[in-house]
Design a protein. Sequence first.
Length: 43
Amino acid sequence: VKKSDWSCELWITTFLRNKKIIMITTTTTTTIIIITIIITAKP
């Protein structure tokens, strides 16, 4: 039982860490796209 509990805990920790990484990646990508659009839009 302890082993499966630890496995579940590890999965949750990994999931939350990945969620944070995905959020950071999405924010960074969005920022890059916005900056690119602003630079491209300049006459």
